[in-house]
Design a protein around this ligand. Structure first.
Ligand code: SAH
Length: 284
């Protein structure tokens, strides 16, 4: 099957394994952007990152006795926060084994293993039965995956009427010729496939049997603010082993490409909410 990303999942896993040097404690075990209300909002990164998780949490519609799946769960911070806030069970999957180890240790340390569990899996081939979760979510993991495939998998494992909540990066405007190089460098450093435009999502969701409920452009609230606020914590972090790319996740250089594209207006950030309706599933 054709992939929309040229990066193998195992390579993405190894990329995040190498990012294990990040100051996770300081980041609240979050590997996603923060959310700021407006330009006056001086909230520090960690709290702003938790706010973003809370935007997702509210939309999951889960509570005690319910179970959700976090696809591309990073180091477990968001899954822990969702489980705590809702009293629901959260299963996190990740292609990076190093990050999974951090997530498992976090669940133990926080005495949350009754509600939280993590396992190694590829988001585009989920090892779960159909209809086995009340909600399925993905925070910033889609850029690394084939969108159509992961959406079909999310749709398959969520129960009818269950929520799918996603945050993703998107192409806000096409990169001009002179900006192609920075876009390529960004994609290489982060192992990100081609970005979709916001207008591509309704059809992507429809093809996966999902009904779109909300599609919000959060760019102004997240990108420009997250990068300067991350510069401090990430500054002291050093890779323990050098990766094949000059710049990669967790490096200042990789963050700089992101900042450049955010500033240039080429890169956007969205939040989407959908529900699984079996009657929408296209007949093969
Ligand atoms: N959702 C987390 C982490 C975001 S970083 C958070 O918000 O903190 C992106 C994550 O996606 C990384 O943990 C990476 O290992 C994971 N990932 C990338 N490709 C994946 C795939 N094919 N299957 C599962 N996880 C994947």
């Amino acid at each position: 099957m054709a992939r929309s990303s040229e990066f193998a999942d195992s390579a993405v896993g190894a990329l995040y394994d190498r990012a294990a040097h990040l100051p996770l404690e300081q980041l609240g075990f979050n590997l996603h952007v923060g959310y700021w209300e407006d330009s006056q909002d001086e909230t520090p990164y960690r709290e702003a990152a938790e706010r973003l998780t809370d935007l997702v949490t509210k939309r999951l519609r889960v509570g005690p006795g319910r179970r959700s799946l976090d696809v591309g769960c990073g180091a477990g911070g968001p899954a822990l926060r969702v489980a705590r806030a809702t009293g629901s069970t959260v299963v996190g999957v990740n292609i990076s084994r190093e990050q999974l180890a951090f997530a498992c240790a976090l669940a133990e340390r926080e005495e949350m293993t009754d509600l939280l569990s993590f396992r190694h899996a590829d988001g585009t081939a989920l090892p779960f039965d159909a209809d086995s979760f009340d909600a399925v979510w993905a925070v910033e993991s889609m850029p690394h995956m084939d969108r159509a495939r992961v959406l079909r998998e999310m749709s398959r494992v969520v129960r009818p009427g269950g929520r799918v909540v996603i945050t993703d990066m998107f192409a806000r405007k096409p990169a001009a010729e002179a900006r192609q190089e920075v876009l390529e460098r960004f994609r290489e450093a982060w192992m990100v496939g081609p970005l979709a435009s916001i207008g591509d999502y309704p059809a992507l969701l429809r093809d996966a049997g999902l009904r779109l409920l909300e599609l919000a452009d959060l760019t102004e609230h997240v990108l420009g603010r997250s990068l300067p606020s991350l510069a401090g914590p990430v500054d002291g972090a050093q890779h323990t082993s050098a990766g094949p790319a000059g710049a990669e996740v967790g490096d200042q250089a990789a963050l700089a490409y992101l900042a450049d594209l955010a500033e240039g207006g080429e890169l956007g950030y969205l939040l989407l909410v959908a529900e699984y309706l079996p009657e929408l599933t296209p007949v093969p």
